[in-house]
Design a protein around this ligand. Structure first.
Ligand code: NAP
Length: 334
């Protein structure tokens, strides 16, 4: 007995910033699971910046989305039918087939999650890929040490808000964040305990960072690239470290973007700049969860979610996340 499902397809490859016309809403029929498969009623799906890169047809660390096919991405939901050993109806699972109401998948692509430990959305955010990314980039890529002054860009976003809080909890001497609105700056200062924060739209990042970090910074957790990276290089102390998690300011670029004009400072300051992909740091997941889950449970580690409603709103949620209209982890309830 098949089920009717609505899914979102990539209708066109965006040129520059994506628009709603690049997506199509498609009604489809999903068959019963075969041997080894499960059918999941998705409850929540994630929209993430990396999805923008997968919309382009170019060689990257992950294959491009196909045109005319459903998009993919992190989702959590409830198994409604199972042909796989170890899974039964009622189980809650995390998997990679979001952007659709019902997902039929090989059970090997699903991980059971415990809604008694944390609400489902947390497995797409602070207790999922997002949290592991923040932990791995801060601790391993940027080699954070107690006493470091840390600057985090897109600090009110999903990854940035976890990275900044982890730095504070682990004994940073100063945690500085940048974000794109006054409300986000207040969130960083008043709710997440950042020592300083600024709105990068208020003036040059370089000047605002200099004012926020009078003694310089030791670590830059880069989510943005561009002017933020250049400002961080200018402000980094000798032997400073840059963990390059993302460069969202260039994801919609249609031409190659210029390098930081002050890149030569990496020599005199002996800076380290290192990119990272969370997929390379799966070994840190359990270590991170052991540390973070109790901190989430007792409220020490906070993550705000912005939840959009309905599969039809998923493209708008994606655009809203990219454009900075939302705070914290952006999800869609399906
Ligand atoms: P997010 O920060 O929750 O959402 C994206 C945010 O980017 C927006 O809210 C917006 O906030 C900011 N933004 C958009 N355009 C900008 C621009 N031109 N300049 C400055 N800020 C801009 O997203 P996330 O999921 O936490 O991801 C954050 C970064 O980590 C992204 O670069 C992403 O690609 C990267 N990432 C990397 C990995 C990895 O394995 N390397 C894994 C996950 C995520 P404002 O209001 O502050 O502008």
């Amino acid at each position: 007995m098949s089920v009717q499902s609505t899914e979102i397809h990539l209708a066109a490859r965006p040129h520059g910033a994506p628009t709603l016309d690049d997506f199509a809403t498609v009604r489809t029929e999903v068959p019963d699971p075969g041997p080894g498969q499960i059918l999941v009623r998705n409850a929540l799906m994630s929209v993430d910046p990396y999805m923008r890169g997968r919309m382009d047809d170019r060689k990257s660390y992950v294959a491009p989305f196909a045109l005319g096919a459903p998009l993919e991405g992190g989702a959590v939901g409830e198994v409604v039918a199972s042909g796989a050993d170890g899974f039964r109806a009622g189980d809650h699972v995390l998997h990679g087939l979001g952007w659709r109401e019902y997902a039929l998948l090989d059970a090997r692509g699903a991980t059971k999650v415990d809604t008694g430990v944390a609400p489902l959305g947390a497995y797409l955010g602070i207790l999922g890929m997002i949290g592991t990314t923040a932990y791995a980039c801060l601790m391993r890529t940027a080699e954070f040490r107690k006493g470091d002054a840390v600057f985090v860009s897109s600090a009110a976003g999903a990854v940035g808000s976890v990275a900044g809080q982890l730095a504070r909890i682990k004994g940073a001497s100063r945690v500085i964040g940048s974000a794109g609105s006054a409300a986000k700056v207040s969130y960083l200062l008043d709710e997440l305990g950042f020592d300083a924060a600024f709105n990068y739209r208020d003036g040059p990042v370089r000047d605002q960072l200099a004012a926020a970090a009078p003694d310089g910074i030791d670590v830059y957790f880069d989510n943005v690239g561009g002017d933020h990276l250049e400002a961080a290089i200018a402000r980094l102390n000798v032997h400073g470290r840059i963990g390059v998690c993302g460069m969202i300011s260039v994801y919609n670029a249609t031409e190659p973007v210029p390098a930081p004009r002050n890149l030569a400072q990496v020599i005199g300051k002996r800076l380290t700049l290192r990119g990272m992909l969370v997929a390379d740091h799966r070994d840190l997941r359990d270590e991170y969860l052991a540390e973070a889950a109790p901190l989430v449970a007792d409220g020490t580690l906070k993550l705000r979610e912005t939840v959009h409603e309905g599969i039809g709103d998923a493209p708008a949620a994606f655009l809203s996340m990219l454009g900075g209209q939302d705070t914290g982890k952006v999800l869609v309830r399906l």
